[in-house]
Design a protein around this ligand. Structure first.
Ligand code: BTN
Length: 283
């Protein structure tokens, strides 16, 4: 069941061995996609786009199928949450968007963002970044610095989702000094942690494999297994957090994720609030 006020709170290798620069191309990635949803013909690589989310939204409105993946080497207007800019220099990082047409209600959309976070944290942990943790709702953090972010956008028919676009940005190669000064302090790259450059295409293929695994389970079993996996990688539980909300803010202890995926925060007066959207900072 949906909470009554949800509408006001809706989310917010095979034969080919790639070199670092060609690992995102259609030729390489298509040779790696063996799943049921992210099919080779649904993979679209661009050298430059304004935003992979913007492109995926356009394709979605034009009827492209579930499993369409849009990747860009560089974005000129990468979008972050709350209208922020996502710095997207060429040749270094991963910027991509998935198009999904899940048979779920609008109020369940944030569960798919959490699912994407789970697949992403499992991907980076599997590639050696063992310290990576999830910060609700969608950031991957390492030692208090941001490694990756997720931006979900959607269109609905009444209470049902028509389509959802899940955009993912991962700081992979180079160092955070490639970002604007105000972000550099708060960001970190996989290469900085692992002291080596990574092949972006391999990261992407592994993410798509894990996302598909969890997505098919979600469609069969619902949110419970996703919630369990997500909690196992959470940076928040038991920690004091500050939640920035459109109508003000709150400080309290992050207690749990509820069965719908909302964050439960207990304030010092004992009141437990169900946080549906907002920015969370660890104190
Ligand atoms: C955040 O603010 O943490 C979310 C950042 C999401 C960035 C990704 S990069 C690929 C996709 N295209 C965009 O314009 N944004 C998302």
């Amino acid at each position: 069941m949906c909470p009554p006020n949800y509408l006001n709170h809706a989310i917010g290798m095979g034969e080919v061995t790639p070199t670092a620069n060609d690992s995102l191309t259609q030729r390489f990635i298509s040779s790696q996609l063996t799943g049921k949803i992210f099919l080779p013909e649904r993979y679209h690589f661009h050298t430059t786009l304004d935003s992979t989310n913007r492109e995926a939204m356009t394709l979605a409105h034009n009827g492209f199928p579930e499993g369409t993946v849009i990747v860009a080497d560089q974005q000129t207007q990468g979008r972050g949450r709350y209208g922020r800019v996502w710095a997207s220099p060429p040749g270094l990082n991963l910027y991509f968007s998935l198009l999904l047409r899940p048979p779920i209600a609008v109020c369940q959309a944030s569960q798919l963002t959490l699912l994407a976070g789970l697949a992403l944290v499992e991907t980076v942990v599997g590639m050696g970044v063992g310290e990576a943790l999830l910060k609700w709702p969608n950031d991957i953090m390492v030692n208090g610095r941001k490694l990756a972010g997720i931006l979900a956008e959607m269109a609905s028919d009444g209470e049902r989702i028509r389509f959802m676009v899940i955009g993912v940005g991962v700081n992979v190669n180079g160092s955070a000094t490639h970002f604007p000064a105000e972000i550099a302090q708060r960001a970190i790259t996989m290469a900085e942690i692992l002291h080596k450059e990574l092949v972006r295409g391999l990261l992407l293929v592994e993410f798509l494999r894990l996302f598909e695994y969890w997505y098919l389970r979600y469609l069969q079993e619902g949110f419970a297994p996703i919630r369990q996996g997500w909690l196992a990688h959470s940076a928040l539980l038991g920690r004091q957090v500050q939640v920035a909300l459109p109508q003000g803010g709150m400080v309290g202890e992050a207690m749990n994720l509820d069965e719908d995926g909302f964050l439960l925060v207990k304030e010092s007066n004992g009141i437990v609030s169900r946080v549906m959207a907002g920015d969370v900072a660890l104190l």
